[in-house]
Design a protein around this ligand. Structure first.
Ligand code: AMP
Ligand code: ZN
Length: 119
């Protein structure tokens, strides 16, 4: 069962109303290439259900989050991506610009640690 928000960019992408470069899809997860990649590999994994952000993860919907991590592992294996980083930004100060829960999968370059390291 999915819950969509008609005003949400990622809900529109999931519905196919806005084009995206699909990487992966199952009943609960959709993954596509980030339009402004910060590394050679930069995919976004989103729950098909509209959840605004990590703050709203709860016992009812956390299974979708588990499915995202399963999907990430599957894509990594399929694409031979041995080392990668998974990020979710929650809230404005953390840099969240689209209010639909998503996980960045970033790979293909050496990454440091710290607030500037992914810019
Ligand atoms: P965040 O800033 O963590 O909310 O991440 C939102 C991400 O969505 C950014 O990395 C954007 O580059 C990406 N993005 C925005 N619009 C699109 C789009 N139409 N297709 C693919 N990625 C997008
Ligand atoms: Zn949405």
């Amino acid at each position: 069962m999915t819950n969509q928000n008609p005003d949400c960019l990622f809900c529109k992408i999931i519905a196919g109303e806005i084009p995206s470069k699909k990487i992966y899809e199952n009943d609960e997860v959709y993954a596509f290439a980030d339009i402004q990649p910060i590394a050679p590999v930069h995919y976004l994994f989103v729950t098909k259900t509209h959840i605004c952000c990590a703050k709203k993860i709860n016992t009812e919907n956390s299974q979708s989050v588990a499915k995202i991590f399963e999907a990430i592992a599957e894509v990594a294996e399929k694409e031979n991506i041995d080392s990668y980083r998974v990020i979710t930004n929650c809230g404005e100060d953390a840099g969240q610009s689209v209010m639909h829960l998503h996980f960045h999968m970033v790979a293909g370059k050496k990454m440091g640690w710290g607030e500037q390291s992914l810019g």
